[in-house]
Every structure is written in structure tokens, then in C-alpha cells.
Design a protein around this ligand. Structure first.
Ligand SMILES: [Zn+2]
Length: 264
């Protein structure tokens, strides 16, 4: 049984400040250890439930956040500069874990709420429904027939996961107070929780359905400023400009639409 773990940093226990998410700071050096150790806990949980192939994907920022010497030897790790596909080697997985994820842009009391870009994305709508990275990534995995089986992050990320994915297993490692404040579990306790929940999620993986959005897919993106929309190319049917800050992207399926949205 193959399990895929996609990681982000904002929803990891102990991470709350922008400095922790930016390479080159002492806070970042510590935060990447928090990340990889929580990822290792998810690997341990998946192993305990019978996974015999585990791939961990580094999804934050530059895609190079795991200190290599800390990587759990039972997994293989995808890291390095981002490209397409969004999730290399996802095909054939029995389930996907979204680890360290965060709530969509604009969520109240959520640590580092954003959707893809804090600077330039204000709101993403998938077939009209405001959506964040949890739904976006679940829908991409859904096109490949892979169900999201677990989501970890703060309380807002977990609530968002439940709203989109039903009775998905969640691991709430902190409660958001504000964008840069949280009530957090100690990282050691958070790892215990993640290990337990990952084991439970992998045991239940066979009963989960992929998250699929209706086809054809319409994505609407409202940027924070008109300049981001100004620099795009519009062909008038698959990519259109709806207003100063909003573009509309269409695709025959989710993957085609996301590729157009991201220009990949
Ligand atoms: Zn991130």
C-alpha cells in the first residue's frame, strides 16, 4: 500500500511567525526541524498501519525545507524547485495526507491564512465555491483517483478540511488566535497526535472516496491588485478577464484548469 504525504509548513506545531517560513533566518532553521520531525511522525503512523511505500512531498515555498539528514529512512522524499506535476509520483497511492496545511485566504483567526500567495491572491473559487489549498490539492489528487485521508494543521484548517472532505481524519496541532498567534501543542505532543491519526487514517483509507469536482471546471481567481491580472495572457475562452482583479479559467478537468491557472 502506497501512501503520499504532501507537506506545508504553516500548519506545523510551533510555527506561527513569518520569520519561521523564510529561508536564512535562525527561526527558519528551527522550523524546518519541526516540519521534518512532524512529517516523520506521519511516516511512522503510516508504517504502523501497513504502508509499504511512502512518498513525502515538500510543498512549501522553494520546495527545499527538509534537512536531508533528518529524513525518515522508510520513506522517499520529493524535494527541490517546484515544477509540474504538482505532486510527482502521486499516481497509484491508496491515500494522501495533507500535513501542516493552513486555512484559505481571509479566514478569521487562522495561522498564516492564504491561498497559494499571501501577496497576490485574495480569493479562489472552484466552480463558484470559495476554496483554499486543501480543496485545491484534494481536487487535483481526486482527478488521479487518490482520496485525501487526513489533514493536519490548526483548528481552522481542520474545520475547512471537514467542510470540503466530510469525515476525513484530522489532527489539530494548534488553535489559531490570529494570523501570527496560536495556542499550540508542544511539538513532541503534536508528533504523537499526528502519528496516531496517520495510523488511523491509513487503516481507513480503503473506505475513502476521492474528492472530485464537477467537469468542466471553472476557476475564478481574484487577485489582491489589478497589476497581477494585467500581466496575464488572455485567449478569450479558456482564460478570460472578468474584471480589474478577477480572471476566469476553464478546463475540461481540474488538472487542465489548474495548469492554465498557474501557467504550467
Ligand atoms: Zn507554505
Amino acid at each position: 500500500m502506497k501512501i503520499y504525504i504532501s507537506t506545508d509548513m504553516e500548519g506545523i506545531a510551533g510555527i506561527v511567525l513569518p520569520e519561521q517560513l523564510r529561508r536564512g533566518t535562525p527561526e527558519y532553521a528551527e522550523a524546518r526541524l519541526l516540519l521534518v520531525r512532524e512529517a516523520n511522525a506521519a511516516v511512522e503512523g503510516a508504517l504502523a498501519a501497513g504502508a509499504d511505500e511512502i512518498i513525502v512531498f515538500d510543498g512549501h515555498g522553494t520546495g527545499f525545507n527538509f534537512p536531508p539528514e533528518e529524513m525518515h529512512p522508510a520513506a522517499r522524499w520529493v524535494h527541490g524547485a517546484h515544477y509540474w506535476p504538482r505532486f510527482p509520483f502521486l499516481e497509484g497511492s491508496a491515500g494522501m495526507i495533507l500535513l501542516g496545511y493552513h486555512a484559505m485566504a481571509g479566514t478569521l483567526g487562522a495561522v498564516r491564512d492564504h491561498t497559494m500567495s499571501s501577496a497576490s491572491w485574495q480569493e479562489l473559487r472552484i466552480n463558484g465555491r470559495p476554496s483554499g489549498e486543501i480543496a485545491l490539492d484534494a481536487a487535483i489528487a481526486g482527478e488521479l483517483g487518490v482520496p485525501v485521508i487526513m489533514v493536519s494543521g490548526d483548528d481552522k484548517a481542520c474545520a475547512e478540511a471537514s467542510a470540503f472532505l466530510g469525515d476525513v481524519v484530522t489532527a489539530e496541532v494548534k488553535q489559531g488566535i490570529a494570523r501570527h498567534a496560536a495556542l499550540t501543542l508542544a511539538p513532541t505532543r503534536a508528533r504523537e497526535l499526528v502519528r496516531e491519526r496517520a495510523e488511523e487514517a491509513v487503516r481507513r483509507a480503503a473506505g475513502r472516496h476521492p474528492y472530485r469536482v464537477d467537469r468542466p471546471v471553472t476557476l475564478e481567481l481574484t487577485y489582491t491588485g489589478t497589476d497581477s491580472a494585467d500581466v496575464r495572457f488572455y485567449d478569450g475562452h479558456t482564460v478570460e478577464r472578468a474584471s480589474g482583479r478577477t480572471i476566469v479559467v476553464r478546463g475540461e478537468d481540474m488538472i487542465a484548469a489548474v495548469r492554465r491557472l498557474l501557467g504550467r
